[in-house]
Design a protein around this ligand. Structure first.
Ligand SMILES: Cc1cc2nc3c(=O)[nH]c(=O)nc-3n(C[C@H](O)[C@H](O)[C@H](O)COP(=O)(O)OP(=O)(O)OC[C@H]3O[C@@H](n4cnc5c(N)ncnc54)[C@H](O)[C@@H]3O)c2cc1C
Length: 508
């Protein structure tokens, strides 16, 4: 079960007292954190002071019948089966090894088993055409899609494959991914204004290069000058790269420029750049900021992702917001808790450095809510947009409440909620019905290329601390309710004289 976030019993802090030379920072958090954080001495104006104060309608996320009314019984049973499989710890913990080993022996068989189970639940299909029924179903329920081509690569995961691939072939593969992202951007036209596309930098750049760039950025840049300026990125990187790496580096910039040109030409789309492993993240940040500097002049077209399980997330948000303000572009953020905890902790232990992840889940919860609160304030001031990407009910409820306090309208402010396909439907459908801007990530791609994505979903859902436990209970309750209802209907129709009832009343 979820532990309650300490912050939820507390209040969002929001009155104004600016401290010189200190960026304004509004947070809501535990008393302990309050003492340590100097930002808490700064208070914000109540953005809602001018707005008419209507009573806040708390959303009813716990009503299983309401939440799942759009889901067939078959779909509910499928969801329950997948969540149950995810709770089999030994299977999930070794899923990566099991799948790799069994694919070496019988790849087509493994892929078809995965396709019929995990893939069917968590992915929309193998290509843009095959995801159309899923998109239609979501649209009918007030939920908009985030198209996400889920192919990904990792240096540590498959060293032979990542390095044996000749340079030219690898570059072709990355160009192919770029074409797919371009197509997603084009296809997002069908989903109206501010349609979202999610991209992964590891699908556009060789992981080895990102790792090297990250090392260089960490060595040469400090937090306040993270990622360098776009103009200085090449100047800073190139002297440290060999000939092939330089060619790859230029390839990455070319791909990102292609995406930027398409986004600028369209003007109304939004791109979410995924956060990945910390050993790629400085490079991903630098490249994303470069994209934002070009695309976010009028609106926050590109949103970077901040993993709040990282101890430095709040500081990075603050730095990037200050950079956006100083350079004259709009800040856009997606806040997540983070999906690479197992790998991050194992790597830190193996290499002997301090884990970048908060030691306890409660600290992650507090940090998430602190970061989201900070960006929500900026949204209310008109300088940012935020996607609250979470399946945590308390986080979502708290964000809706704070939006109300800040006078941010559910359907027209720059606040979006994001959830993954196959997860937290009780939140998504309730938010959709209440008119909030709710988006579901719809991953797609060939089954074998989505395996890393599916393994992460399984790991995430295996945790007893995750929101899935709650969703599972609600699905069970709804299935039992439907069963009872159909049994009592059966009894009604089978009862002696039940069929005579209409004619009796007609006679009356
Ligand atoms: C729309 C969307 C986009 C996303 N994009 C990204 C992305 O770009 N990059 C990315 O990394 N992830 C991404 N994710 C996944 C996300 O990071 C989380 O893995 C997932 O959403 C679960 O977190 P939650 O906020 O839903 O909350 P919960 O369900 O409350 O999450 C709790 C989970 O947090 C984990 N956890 C985090 N910190 C700790 C800790 N210190 N100790 C113990 N457990 C901890 C545990 O596994 C626990 O199960 C995305 C998720 C969504 C919904």
């Amino acid at each position: 079960m979820l532990r309650s976030c300490g912050v939820f019993s507390g209040k969002w802090i929001s009155s104004l007292k600016i401290i010189p030379n200190h960026a304004p920072c509004a947070v809501f958090q535990t008393a302990a954190a309050h003492k340590e954080d100097p930002c808490l001495e700064v208070h914000y104006p109540e953005a809602h002071e001018q707005a008419p104060r209507l009573p806040f309608q708390e959303l009813q996320f716990n009503d299983a019948q309401q939440a799942f009314q759009a889901k067939s019984t078959g779909k509910l049973i499928q969801s329950l089966a997948v969540f149950r499989a995810c709770s089999l710890k030994p299977l999930v913990e070794n899923a990566d090894t099991i799948i790799r080993a069994s694919r070496r022996v019988a790849a087509p068989l493994v892929d078809s088993i995965v396709k019929a189970t995990m893939f069917r639940h968590f992915c929309g299909g193998e290509c843009v055409e095959s995801i159309q029924p899923t998109l239609k179903y979501l649209e009918e329920n007030g939920i908009r899609p985030i198209l996400n081509y889920a192919a990904e690569d990792d240096v540590s995961a498959e060293p032979e494959e990542a390095t044996s691939c000749p340079h030219a072939a690898a570059e072709r593969c990355l160009d192919r991914n770029t074409a797919i992202f371009m197509r997603s951007i084009r296809d997002s036209d069908n989903f109206g204004n501010r349609a979202f596309v999610a991209i992964k930098v590891t699908a556009l750049a060789p992981p080895k290069l990102l790792e090297k760039m990250s090392e260089l950025l960490t060595q040469h840049g400090d937090l306040s000058d993270r990622g360098f300026c776009s103009a200085r990125l090449a100047e800073a990187m190139l002297p440290h790269l060999d000939e092939q790496e330089q060619a790859s580096f230029h390839g990455v910039l070319r791909r990102l420029d292609t995406l930027a040109d398409a986004l600028i030409a369209k003007g109304n789309s939004r791109v979410l750049v995924d956060a990945e492993h910390t050993y790629f993240q400085p490079a991903i940040d630098a490249l994303t900021i470069r994209l934002q500097q070009r695309c976010n002049r009028q609106e926050p077209v590109v949103l970077n992702t901040y993993q709040c399980y990282l101890k430095d997330a709040a500081a990075r948000i603050e730095t990037d917001m200050q950079r956006a303000a100083a350079e004259g572009w709009k800040f856009g953020a997606k806040t997540v808790r983070g999906a690479y905890m197992v790998v991050e902790r194992a790597r830190a232990a193996e290499k002997g450095y301090e884990s970048p992840i908060w030691d306890s889940l409660q600290e992650t919860h507090d940090n998430y809510n602190r970061c989201a609160a900070r960006v929500l304030e900026a949204v209310a001031e008109g300088s940012a947009e935020l996607m609250v990407a979470s399946h945590n009910q308390e986080t979502v409820a708290l964000a809706t409440r704070r939006m109300h306090e800040l006078g941010l309208q559910p359907s027209s402010s720059g606040v979006y909620f994001g959830q993954l396909l196959g997860m937290a439907d009780h939140l998504s459908f309730t938010l959709g019905r209440a008119g909030y801007r709710i988006h579901k990530i719809v991953p797609y791609g060939p089954v074998h290329e989505t395996l890393q994505y599916l393994i992460r979903r399984a790991q995430e859902n295996s945790s007893i601390m995750s929101a899935t436990g709650k969703e599972r209970e609600m699905i069970q309750a709804e299935l039992i309710r439907r069963l009872r209802e159909s049994l009592s209907l059966n009894r009604l129709f089978k009862a002696p004289g039940a069929m005579q009832q209409p004619s009796a009343s007609a006679a009356a």
